[in-house]
Design a protein around this ligand. Structure first.
Ligand code: CA
Length: 492
């Protein structure tokens, strides 16, 4: 693809990013939500320093759960200390996992920001919610059935902070809205601070100023560790996080061996493919790989610290043990694996995300467990809506996660799912794909290239060998082709 076409594409994305930043700048100058002094006084009186644990119903005053949903951007499942990463520094998320539930096999149904964020909000696949391009918003009716819409209608005080990502957010959809993204350093009210620091400050402001007589829902949608695509250095962390990486050496995965690039279909290994373009931005020398990976990890460390402060605030306010907290990434990421960068394609690196839940209903004996069921981004909305005892909308395609950790005998769970990704710009840049993903096999179709792939994940967990032409796999292939067509229909 030509360089000029590529520049046009970037410009379009830039325009959207700027548009989504601008409203927030207005909101921060004119958007006092509650008179801060009065609210702080009320809060101090009402909280009184005692723990606000949900009453068991003994005196009939059981309090509804509060909810906090934390979404990081482009953080893959293993960029997390608790997942075994020895280089990254994520003490608060690790503690969060050690006292909550970590889902070790969490995935997305579409590996790109706007679509996955729409799936997190709605609990629906792209085929149903229809968010298949940048700048496209949910309709008001669709929003009413998101976890935000449902909880606001149920009397929750709702806040959304950071990267909305699904078109421009509508002011009236939230009680408190601070939307911004796209850059790592943002000037606001004469102050130039890191986007994660703004996320942190805005979250604490929401928690400090919320009304005391309403349950609350806070969504914090971090922009980090997403790259600042137009910046030559890509990842622009704060100074303080460098202290945790002074001697860091990021090991290279076996997937960065050239053989994995060679094993890609030609349309993915071609230099016009966006995964290759961005590989050259970030990873095409050993020195660049180290520098960019460390800076990516530092951005995650900064998100981790902000989450630590949010959790500390919930504890200080005495509401942590009455608040459901969900942490998830919006998509996985290629760290130079297969000679690629970023996401989009249905290889494991691009699909798997961190997912951790703190649920006050979880007995202490079960805190710190892991579950390896195939959980999805579309499970967040039904989990939140069910936890606050509201009716889960019929259009939701995900499942409430809570039975997996609350039930003595966890229910049966999905062992396969449908993956879909739209074309971005054209088939050369980012082609569309659909797939059926099981624990043992993965079958992928690239409709624009009339190409398909079959991987035996038991024999070939790194997805190197395409078995579509292998006679021994023809019956599996026939089954999976039928299954894919069936799942594609059902996803609508
Ligand atoms: Ca993302």
């Amino acid at each position: 693809m030509s360089r000029s076409l590529y520049l046009v594409v970037l410009s379009a994305v830039t325009a959207i990013s700027v548009a989504s930043i601008s409203p927030s700048l207005a909101q921060t100058t004119g958007g006092a939500v509650v008179a801060p002094d009065a609210a702080a006084t009320l809060a101090a009186v009402a909280r009184g320093g005692c723990d606000d644990v949900a009453d068991d119903g003994q005196n009939g005053t059981k309090k509804p759960l509060n909810v906090v949903v934390l979404v990081s951007d482009d953080q893959r499942w293993d960029s997390l200390g608790a997942a075994g990463n020895k280089v990254i520094h994520t003490p608060h998320l690790d503690e969060f996992a050690a006292t909550g539930v970590r889902f070790t096999n969490a995935r997305v149904t579409t590996s790109i920001c706007m679509t996955s964020r729409a799936s997190i909000l709605t609990g629906q696949m792209m085929s149903r919610h229809g968010i298949d391009r940048f700048g496209k918003p949910l309709t008001p009716d669709q929003f009413a059935d998101t976890y935000h819409g449902r909880l606001k209608a149920a009397g929750y005080w709702t806040g959304f902070i950071g990267k909305y990502g699904v078109g421009a957010p509508r002011r009236d959809d939230f009680d408190f809205l601070r939307a911004y993204e796209g850059r790592h350093w943002i000037e606001r009210d004469g102050q130039r601070l890191h986007v994660t620091e703004w996320n942190r400050r805005d979250s604490l402001e929401f928690l400090d100023n919320r009304p005391d007589d309403q349950p609350f829902l806070l969504s914090v949608s971090f922009f980090a560790p997403h790259a600042e695509d137009r910046a030559p250095e890509q990842y622009l962390p704060q100074d303080w996080s460098a202290q945790h990486y002074t001697d860091a050496v990021v090991p290279r995965s076996i997937l960065t061996d050239d053989a994995y690039l060679q094993a890609l279909p030609a349309f993915l290994s071609d230099e016009s493919n966006e995964g290759r373009v961005r590989y050259h931005w970030r990873f095409d020398t050993p020195e660049k790989y180290q520098r960019y990976m460390v800076n990516y990890f530092r951005l995650i460390t900064e998100v981790d610290a902000a989450i630590g402060d949010i959790v500390a605030k919930l504890k200080a306010q005495g509401v942590y043990e009455n608040t459901l907290v969900v942490f998830i990434g919006d998509n996985g990421y290629f760290h130079a694996d297969r000679g690629l960068a970023d996401k989009w394609y249905p290889y494991e690196e691009s699909l798997r995300v961190p997912l951790i839940v703190h649920d006050p209903r979880l007995p202490s004996s079960r805190r710190g467990i892991t579950r390896d069921e195939m959980t999805l981004n579309i499970d967040v909305a039904p989990t939140v809506i069910a936890a606050v005892e509201q009716a889960v909308p019929a259009a939701i395609q995900g499942n409430d996660l809570a039975p997996l950790y609350l039930d003595e005998t966890p229910p049966g769970w999905r062992d396969e799912y449908f993956y879909e990704h739209p074309t971005i710009t054209n088939r050369e840049r980012i082609p569309s794909s659909i797939a059926v993903i099981r624990r043992d096999f993965k079958y992928v179709q690239w409709p624009e290239w009339d190409h398909d792939q079959l991987f035996d994940l038991t024999e070939d967990p790194t997805e190197k060998t395409n078995l579509v032409g292998d006679a021994a796999y023809q019956s599996v292939l026939t089954d999976l082709r039928a299954k894919l067509a069936e799942m594609q229909q059902a996803a609508r």
